[in-house]
Design a protein. Structure first.
Lengths: 160, 191
């Protein structure tokens, strides 16, 4: 079962369960996307611990506690003391590169409409490569997709 | 002269990245493989070359995007496009809104819906059926999401079945993804 199906816990035999069965390939690709952004073979300059902590942070900013719990298990598995506290949306770091990455991750999650070219330049200034800027955008974009699929499925489940 | 487009329009601009895209000729085998399928089958654009910086994600994202937006049966294609437009209004992705509003208009052969949405944004008043779709997607798009069971009830009331509502959830959500790439990694240019 994919993560979205596990967290949605849709009751078998319902119309929603049937609809999800019809969209099984989408759920499978969503799971593959999760692995590509959170557990990539090549993490580039964004460590697995940082990715998991930012994903947990984004889930919390979206008020999805169950999804945050999932990412917390990946934070624990990565065992990176420097980045693990970032799973808390209130936490910040002083190291300039990671601090800028966190600021941008927060913006991408909470107010993507406010993003400008100046923010990309600020990331470059502290040594974030263009490839890592794209990886960070994909991470935030995916988690926010996942949050909305889960939110929609929860509402549909509550309609019964 | 080229200028950045800041207002919603159905004239599709050119998307210009803020980062340096991957050089196709110098791309790795994995990057080439990830560019085999492109979103909306639009070819290898500066957007795809930008996303090729993360080939693992791109290789999954393009087929996922295409399946959600162009998959068979379920919600009408134009209504998926309307879900995409609503998300793009919330996230202010002018480029995404232009592309998907144009598709909605081309498929439905009517321009009044998009005219109303571009004029009044999230407060737009449109036909009851389309209003329920637009409002659901608009309410799902903020952080945290604000959609309620009343929004889902409104979809059922205008006749959407379970599969169609699921398709709307997915098309709205995938634009929570697309908007966060297109609006933050580059900008729309009118040449």
């Amino acid at each position: 079962m994919t993560l979205i199906e596990t967290l949605a816990s849709v009751r078998p035999g319902t119309a929603l369960a049937d609809a999800m069965e019809k969209r099984a390939e989408i759920l499978r690709l969503s799971e593959a996307a999760h692995d590509a952004v959170v557990l990539p073979r090549d993490p580039g300059g964004l460590s697995l611990g940082l990715r998991a902590a930012l994903a947990a942070r984004m889930a919390r900013q979206n008020r999805n506690a169950a999804l945050a719990d999932h990412y917390d298990t990946l934070v624990a598995r990565a065992d990176e003391p420097a980045t693990a506290p970032l799973a808390d949306p209130e936490a910040t770091v002083t190291e300039p590169r990671v601090a800028e990455i966190v600021r941008h991750a927060d913006r991408l999650t909470v107010a993507p409409r406010d993003a400008t070219q100046a923010h990309i330049e600020a990331l470059r200034q502290v040594g974030v490569t263009d490839a890592d800027i794209v990886r960070l955008a994909e991470l935030a974009a995916f988690v926010n997709y996942q949050v909305r699929v889960l939110a929609g499925l929860k509402l549909m489940g509550e309609m019964r | 002269m080229s200028e950045v487009v800041h207002t919603f329009t159905t004239t599709v601009p050119r998307w210009q990245p803020y980062v340096v895209p991957v050089d196709f000729a110098a791309a790795t085998e994995e990057q080439h493989a990830a560019m085999q399928t492109t979103p909306s089958n639009k070819g290898i654009s500066p957007y795809v070359l930008t996303l090729a910086h993360d080939p693992e994600t791109l290789a999954v994202r393009s087929p996922l995007f295409n399946l959600i937006m162009y998959g068979k049966d379920g919600l009408a294609s134009s209504e998926r496009e309307l879900g995409a437009v609503a998300a793009s209004i919330v996230n202010r992705c002018v480029y995404c809104a232009a592309v998907h509003a144009s598709r909605f208009t081309a498929q439905t052969k009517r321009s009044d819906v998009i005219d109303a949405i571009f004029a009044d944004g999230l407060n737009a008043t449109i036909d009851e059926h389309l209003q329920a779709i637009f409002d659901f997607s608009a309410h799902l798009s903020p952080t945290p999401p604000e959609a309620t069971t009343a929004d889902v009830r409104a979809l059922a009331d205008v006749g959407l079945n379970e599969l169609e509502v699921l398709d709307l959830v997915l098309s709205s959500a995938i634009f929570g993804w697309a908007n966060r790439l297109m609006h933050t990694l580059g900008e729309p240019i009118k040449d």
